[in-house]
Design a protein around this ligand. Structure first.
Ligand SMILES: Cc1cc2nc3c(=O)[nH]c(=O)nc-3n(C[C@H](O)[C@H](O)[C@H](O)COP(=O)(O)OP(=O)(O)OC[C@H]3O[C@@H](n4cnc5c(N)ncnc54)[C@H](O)[C@@H]3O)c2cc1C
Length: 556
């Protein structure tokens, strides 16, 4: 007989770790977490902040998806990494701590997502947080997730802030405080110079609880239904098919690509899409997998005459050796860099009501997001990454096949709206203005990209379409809302429309993409989701008792 728990959580990522902790906290409920990836304790690059560059190339800790060829980006397929280990993408991300703009959440509320306005979600941001500089009206102290001031900021990243101020942008010492606009250095999800993933924050203190079972190497392949009620999950572990039963709820936290994929594999989605793959329809829900949004980004890359940047160039190897020992013995120095060290939020033109562009200055020559390291070996420089914070283009996640182990079919449909490209073109102009200011001019040797010859809007739009990359912030594919016929998948309490015992709690529920990096928001969604799940519990009925006692933590 299958093991039985009150809650079965699919995915121990940013939101899944929060759920595992909060739902098992008072010992009343038995909780099982299925995580497809391995444990997170044996790879030193997970702990080392600069290790993000290595994890991007990992096949073991990263799903390493690729998009469909993008017609509006010169038929390019874009690399779409996702964390595949305890902590999920928070274990391989850039550790930049940003919540988004208050108006993003007020917009969710205006779209009918009751309970999700800024004033209502601020509580959960604060609750999740241990803000090292100390609690105030915007920040919490004593929460699980550590938010720290940077231990290392490269001189070029600091010069970027100075140059931006010389260009007229205001300094902002806290992008998550009273206002988002302005330039400065980013705070990070780190603790004493090491990455503080959501697994570190939420699982470490919970993993020995007798009512919490964490199974790694366990990939969910189908949700089990009795009628319209989710009653368990089928999963594959160690080459074997197994089942686990959920007395109360199945909760999907597989992220914006995998949660809709699992719903589709389980017969929840558009009947037409399911029919194409021979999957029996359990519940017709056309919004599943639709509404995919992500931040498209363009780069300005500068080669420098100064040797201040991070680099693998042979002339820098002595400094790299020193950096290694500094990290080893003091957890300080260059290896604590998260690369996207400084930047900020600016308006691409004066009439924008709130910042519509985010900038990250990386003290390194851009290298296709770490996939091609040759520029980093070639010399010294810095790269400014520009995101369009609220793109109009919408894509989708579908099935490539009915095989649950096949990757999903991901079509972000980037740059389908001309406005998305226009914003990035304006952003390139603003960044060129910044990098030409005295604070950076003293370092600059030449503009590597777009390159001095590309000046007109047409040329720059072409540059964006030829070279833009993704910021790895996919959301929206199990969109929250009140009307399933208008594309929503979950209601504002994150229950899947038309089904019982099934929720989605991860970045896929965002109706619209927030203006900023998404890990803090994923954590907030986990916190708020857990609170709602606990509020909604009725005592289990006598007919739905546990078949077996839960086990201690088990890892593959
Ligand atoms: C390379 C990279 C850099 C980033 N940098 C930043 C940054 O600097 N700052 C920031 O705020 N955000 C950043 N992000 C984004 C942020 O990390 C994510 O938005 C956030 O972690 C998503 O949380 P989630 O809970 O929705 O999904 P995830 O954290 O991705 O969790 C999903 C989990 O579910 C598991 N899973 C999926 N399918 C199954 C299945 N069928 N069975 C079992 N388990 C399954 C996955 O293995 C994973 O562990 C970055 C992301 C990436 C990939």
């Amino acid at each position: 007989m299958a093991e039985s728990y009150d809650f079965v959580i699919v995915g121990a990522g940013s939101a899944g770790c929060v759920l595992a902790n909060r739902l098992s906290a008072d010992g009343r409920y038995r909780v099982c977490v299925l995580e497809a990836g391995p444990g997170d304790k044996h790879n030193p690059f997970i702990r080392m902040p600069v290790g993000v560059a290595s994890l991007l190339r990992s096949r073991r800790y990263n799903w390493s998806y690729w998009s469909e060829a993008q017609p509006n980006l010169r038929q390019r397929s874009l690399f779409l990494p996702r964390g595949k280990t305890l902590g999920g993408s928070s274990s391989i991300n850039g550790t930049t701590y940003i919540r988004g703009h208050a108006q993003d959440y007020d917009e969710w509320s205006a779209l009918g997502c009751e309970g999700w306005s800024w004033d209502e979600v601020l509580l959960y941001f604060r609750q999740s947080e241990n803000f090292e500089p100390g609690a105030n009206a915007f920040h919490g102290a004593g929460g699980p997730l550590n938010v720290a001031d940077r231990r290392y900021t490269n001189p070029l990243s600091r010069a970027f802030v100075d140059a931006a101020m010389q260009a007229g942008h205001a300094h902002n010492p806290d992008f998550n405080g009273a206002g988002q606009e302005g330039v400065g250095v980013y705070r990070v999800f780190q603790k004493r110079g090491r990455r503080h993933s959501n697994a570190d924050a939420y699982l470490r203190s919970a993993e020995r609880r007798p009512n919490l079972s964490i199974l790694t190497g366990a990939q969910a392949t189908r949700i089990l239904f009795e009628g319209k009620r989710a009653v368990g999950v089928r999963y594959r572990r160690g080459g074997q098919e197994r089942e686990v039963r959920a007395v109360r709820e199945v909760i999907l936290a597989g992220g914006a690509y995998n949660s809709p994929q699992l719903l589709l594999l389980s017969g929840v989605g558009s009947g037409r899409e399911l029919g194409r793959h021979g999957i029996r329809v359990v519940h017709e829900l056309p919004g599943v997998g639709q509404n995919l949004q992500d931040h498209l980004d363009a780069f300005v890359v500068m080669r420098t005459r100064s040797h201040a940047s991070l680099s693998f160039h042979p002339t820098n190897w002595p400094r790299m050796i020193v950096a290694f020992f500094k990290y080893l013995f003091a957890r300080r120095g260059e290896l604590t860099s998260n690369l996207g060290e400084s930047g900020g939020f600016i308006r691409s033109r004066a009439e924008e009501p709130i910042p519509d562009l985010q900038l990250h200055c990386l003290p390194i020559l851009n290298s296709s997001h770490g996939l091609d390291l040759s520029p980093v070996f070639s010399g010294y420089g810095y790269s400014v990454m520009i995101y369009d914070l609220r793109p109009l283009s919408r894509g989708s996640v579908g099935l490539r096949s009915a095989d649950p182990l096949a990757p999903p079919l991901i079509d972000p449909n980037f740059a389908a709206h001309e406005r998305d490209v226009e914003r990035l073109v304006r952003g390139i102009g603003l960044v060129r203005d910044i990098v030409g200011r005295p604070a950076l001019a003293v370092h600059n040797l030449e503009e590597v990209a777009p390159g001095p010859n590309l000046r007109s809007e047409v040329e720059l739009a072409d540059y964006v379409r030829r070279t833009a990359e993704v910021a790895y912030h996919p959301v929206g594919t199990c969109r929250m809302g009140t009307d399933p016929s208008a594309g929503s998948v979950v209601d504002p309490r994150l229950r899947v429309h038309g089904l019982q015992g099934l929720r989605v709690v991860d970045c896929s529920i965002m109706p619209t993409l927030i203006g900023g990096n998404t890990n803090a928001a994923a954590t907030m969604i986990g916190e708020k989701g857990a609170a709602m799940i606990l509020q909604d519990q009725q005592p289990a009925t006598a007919g739905r008792e546990h078949a077996e006692q839960p086990r201690q933590e088990e890892t593959a």
